[in-house]
Design a protein around this ligand. Structure first.
Ligand code: 5RP
Length: 236
């Protein structure tokens, strides 16, 4: 089974999991290729839910295309479940997220939800977080000072650039990747994150940081993980 098939498998398992909720609830929905598989699998059952809150413009577009009602988070009082992928997940359910750049809205929706269901294929499971570069969304004018502070953590800090293709230029233009919130992203490579809760709190203290893509306070409650043998469920 290739990685796309594994994502599809776990997307279907997440669909079966959320369909155990009573009808008429609102769902929180994440961003990325695994979350997309979940959305596609759930589309035929959208009437079971009164609506969804979305973690990105891309997810909103996909939900609307499938006919889901997308709600403003400010209008939602109870969110039983948030379903999203991860770039890495450790044995305690702490995650690195933000590979797709949607970390801030993902963390907001996750904080609203009673349960975070993480969905991924087994390649995302690690013993210690940090092989995947840790994304930090920042206010653009703070790039210099925040990069200096983040470098003190011991990793290599780089500004995430947009993937721009311009056929009218000899060179690919260098432009920062801009998030849905107008922020930029600094990626920290080469960390070994042995205390995710402490590091999340430390990075959150730096002026100019909007969100760090370390989900320790908002860690997963349930992990659905796929491999060639099928989907396993882990409860943290
Ligand atoms: C987006 C995210 C995604 O959940 C994460 O990048 C995993 O994506 P994919 O399912 O495509 O591997 O945090 O900001």
């Amino acid at each position: 089974m290739n990685q796309d098939q594994l994502k599809q498998l776990v997307g279907e398992a997440a669909r079966d999991e959320v369909l155990k909720l009573p009808a008429g609830q609102v769902l929180g929905i994440g961003t990325g290729s695994t979350a997309n598989c979940f959305i596609d699998a759930l589309a035929a059952y959208r009437s079971h839910f009164s609506g969804a809150v979305s973690s990105s413009n891309a997810t909103t577009e996909r939900l609307l295309k499938h006919g889901f009602q997308v709600l403003d988070p400010n209008d939602v009082n109870v969110l039983p479940v948030y379903v999203d992928g991860a770039d890495e997940i450790d044995p305690a359910g702490h995650m690195i997220k933000g590979g797709g750049g949607a970390l801030t809205r993902e963390k907001i929706i996750a904080s609203m939800a009673k349960q975070f269901i993480c969905i991924c294929d087994a390649s995302k499971q690690v013993s210690v977080l940090g092989s995947f570069a840790l994304p930090v969304e920042i206010i653009p004018l703070s790039r210099g000072i925040v990069a200096q502070e983040l470098a003190k953590l011991g990793g290599t800090v780089s500004l995430r650039m947009a993937k721009v293709t311009r056929t009218d230029l000899d060179q690919t233009p260098s432009e920062p990747f801009v998030t849905d919130n107008g922020g930029w992203i600094l990626d920290i490579a080469g960390l070994q994150i042995t205390n995710p809760l402490a590091l999340e709190s430390q990075i959150n203290q730096i002026a100019g940081v909007i969100t760090v893509g370390l989900f320790a306070k908002e860690k997963a409650n349930i992990l659905l993980v796929s491999n060639a043998a099928g989907v396993s469920k882990v409860t943290f």
